[in-house]
Design a binder for this molecule. Structure first.
Ligand SMILES: [Zn+2]
Ligand SMILES: [Zn+2]
Length: 315
């Protein structure tokens, strides 16, 4: 399966500010020497030697992650959450030929940063497209309609021409031999994690959760869901200090997420749902701190990656 990231920011879209762009350009020019621009090859070498927080950005869109499944039948794309990143997904599929006509959209919960992109998802306006919606929350249709109602939005959801099927999701759903399971997490109003199991690999999408001792318990439910997963995308919104200040806000510090992944023998952890107030430099510092933490705590066998827009991970 192929996991792709279209929106990685939590709470609110956070596009880079002009002053941040200016200071990136200024820092790059400071590092530049005449030899670096002698030829196209030397220029490319120079650019690829720059740290990622200078030559690029984590991205400002709110959560949207897709999983492309390598099934025997037609290709399948599962979408997790419709934050503002789903607009980029819609733009990308509009360039495909032929365009996909079926989408399966899973909602962790209906906080605004997880639904706000849906009115801008181009394929939803195409009558040849079918979207199946899944969530353990039973109010998805109402919530999506509610944000597309006057005076908040000029277009009603009924004007989106696609065929829409809403499914209440219990513990699990099996789609063409692939199992997607859900698990309630600790978050105001409840958020649900999803685990995708294609029989070969297991992927977990665990956004918007304030990890607690319950999540570390080696009971049957936790073990079945988390143990030995190949990849987890997990809420790492805060530094430890900020998580203490924002206790009960429903999000986790990166160090606790590392402890959690180590507790369950998870092989690869992606830090996700970045705080909108954190700039690129701070987010890469957090990744560095998380790696430092695994070394100091003698935690081995976990790969750590920072979620960025455009990131793709093949399992
Ligand atoms: Zn969120
Ligand atoms: Zn939330």
């Amino acid at each position: 399966m192929l996991v792709r990231f279209w929106g990685v920011r939590g709470s609110l879209p956070a596009p880079p500010q002009p002053s941040q762009i200016r200071s990136k350009i200024s820092a790059i020019l400071e590092r530049l020497t005449p030899a670096d621009i002698e030829s196209p090859a030397s220029r490319e070498r120079f650019l690829s030697s720059l740290p990622p927080w200078l030559f690029g950005t984590v991205g400002g869109n709110t959560p949207c992650v897709t999983v492309d499944l390598d099934t025997d039948n037609s290709p399948q794309c599962l979408i997790f959450d419709a934050g503002s990143g789903i607009r980029e997904l819609g733009n990308a599929v509009s360039r495909e030929n032929p365009r996909p006509t079926q989408y399966r959209l899973f909602f962790s919960h209906v906080h605004w940063d997880h639904i706000q992109g849906f009115p801008f998802f181009g394929p939803a306006y195409d009558p040849s497209v079918t979207i199946d919606f899944y969530s353990p929350h039973n109010n998805i249709e109402n919530s999506l309609q509610g944000q597309m109602t006057s005076p908040y939005f000029p277009v009603h959801m009924d004007s989106m021409g696609c065929k829409k099927n809403f499914h209440f999701m219990d513990d699990r759903v099996i789609l063409d031999g692939v199992t997607v399971s859900s698990k309630k997490m600790n978050h105001p109003g409840d958020s649900y994690s999803f685990m995708v199991d294609d029989g070969k690999r297991r992927f977990i999408y665990a956004t918007d959760t304030e990890l607690s001792t319950e999540d570390f318990l080696k009971n049957e439910e936790n073990t079945r869901f988390f143990k030995d997963a190949d990849l987890i995308v997990i809420d790492c919104q805060y530094t430890l200090g900020e998580a203490i200040e924002k206790y009960n806000w429903g999000h986790s510090p990166f160090s606790l997420a590392v402890d959690f992944a180590a507790n369950w023998g998870i092989k690869h952890m992606v830090l996700f749902h970045h705080d909108p107030a954190y700039n690129d430099r701070k987010l890469y510092n957090i990744l560095q701190s998380a790696r430092w933490y695994t070394e100091r705590m003698n935690i081995s066998g976990i790969k750590l990656t920072l979620a960025t827009e455009g990131l793709e991970i093949r399992l």
